[in-house]
Design a protein around this ligand. Structure first.
Ligand SMILES: [Zn+2]
Length: 422
């Protein structure tokens, strides 16, 4: 027996609760999951703040991903209240405990002068380019627009910066600054994948700009073709929201750290040594800074750079991409950034370990007594905090002052990083 539209609506009303916008507003305040089931173009013209968009067309397919918890209360709306009613009934049959439909829909909501959010407008080309981002509720059009407005500074277009730049540009980070004064050398190309053989001898900033422009014309590339030092760091950092530290000298890291703490800008830090890498996020006010970890740089003979010790080319690639991941998370405000945690990567074991880090209350840069003007890099050439070796403290001792950087390990000393590991 066929059913008329009236039959379907009557059945839906028997199975599903309907509320008017005033009650809907209370439910939204109480934290109900709000789902807009209208079409894309309707959503683009405005929606209820806090709603997620799961168009009616693929509702049954998409809802499980958008709202995995079937016990959670769910409030659906469309333009007039019919599509959401039918959708709610569908979800009820799929096992969602309490799908509610907003009677009168968005039209009535607007007519009652309730708040409306207007999503940023992406061009049709941007919709295609970033479609895999737009599909995810954690990014969506708002998140993508946020990325397009964001400003990230990458210090060093080398082993870490190269892969990070590729992915930040691909993701649509709107303004990317790059600090690098070097030129491309043949020996860079084993890992610095943003450069190319025919660019040997050219400025790294120029080469990186060329690749970034070819990859994504949405990106504004800002070249800082200079050596980052105490004299220019403040000017260079100004206006950036997040810094990706791809430097390889302790001096630059201290200069960058102290200025970023003063400016309140988070720094996503990584370093590599042969088959190993480490990664953390220094977020001023939310965790330790670089100086909390490494109060002073080790002597150069204990911290050889890649040009002395060598590095498996893919290792900075892995770490650079992890850095880019943390940058995107910070910009989007999703997930748990690696603040107060140090990730240790060992390519030979293919192991990842995480150590907890604490802010050092006596840190000259971010400690309780620190003045707003950070101290100059202290005692270059002196080892503080103890070099890592066979008798280094166990994991329990890692905290306000962590063990020395990876590069301080004795050559060949493949010491474990947590207390119990051989
Ligand atoms: Zn500190």
């Amino acid at each position: 027996m066929s059913k008329s539209a009236d039959d379907l609506l009557r059945e839906a009303r028997e199975a599903v609760r309907e509320v008017w916008p005033d009650e809907a507003a209370h439910l939204i305040e109480a934290g109900v999951t709000l789902v807009d089931v209208r079409d894309q173009y309707e959503w683009d013209e405005g929606h209820i703040p806090g709603a997620i968009h799961v168009a009616r067309g693929y509702l049954e397919l998409d809802i499980e991903q958008a709202v995995p918890d079937r016990g959670a209360p769910l409030l659906l709306y469309c333009a007039g209240g019919i599509r959401s009613l039918l959708a709610a009934r569908e979800l009820h049959e799929m096992g969602y405990a309490d799908p509610i439909s907003m009677a009168g829909g968005f039209d009535r909501w607007k007519a009652e002068r309730r708040p409306v959010a207007r999503p940023p407008v992406l061009t049709p080309e941007q919709r295609r380019r970033y479609s895999r981002h737009l599909l995810m509720p954690e990014v969506g059009a708002e998140g993508q627009a946020r990325l397009l407005e964001s400003r990230v500074l990458v210090v060093g277009a080398g082993g870490l910066g190269a892969p990070a730049l590729l992915y930040l540009a691909a993701a649509g980070v709107g303004t990317i600054g790059v600090v690098d004064f070097d030129t491309v050398e043949l020996s860079n190309l084993q890992r610095q994948v943003i450069h190319a053989t025919d660019r040997v001898g050219r400025k790294k900033t120029e080469s990186a700009a060329e690749t970034v422009r070819a990859l994504n014309p949405d990106v504004r590339f800002v070249a800082h073709d200079e050596v980052l030092d105490a004299g220019n760091v403040e000017r260079i950092l100004a206006g950036y929201e997040v810094v990706l530290d791809g430097t390889d000298t302790f001096e630059t890291r201290y200069v960058l750290n102290d200025a970023a703490v003063r400016a309140g800008i988070p720094v996503v830090h990584a370093s590599v040594f042969r088959f190993e890498g480490q990664l953390t996020v220094f977020a001023p006010g939310r965790g330790p800074c670089y100086r909390c970890l490494y109060p002073a740089p080790p002597p150069p003979e204990l911290a050889p750079g890649c040009s002395v010790a060598g590095v498996l080319g893919v290792v900075p690639g892995t770490l650079g991409i992890l850095q880019a991941t943390e940058v995107l998370k910070l910009l989007l405000g999703v997930g748990e950034p690696l603040i107060g945690r140090l990730l240790l990567y060992d390519a030979l074991d293919m192991s990842f370990e995480t150590l907890g880090l604490r802010r050092d209350p006596h840190c000259p840069t971010c400690g309780d007594g620190a003045s707003t003007t950070a101290a100059a890099p202290a005692g270059i050439g002196a080892v503080a905090g103890g070099a890592r070796g066979p008798d280094r403290p166990s994991g329990a001792g890692i905290g306000s002052a962590l063990a020395a950087p990876l590069a301080v390990r004795p050559p060949g000393g493949h010491a474990g990083t947590s207390g119990g590991k051989p």
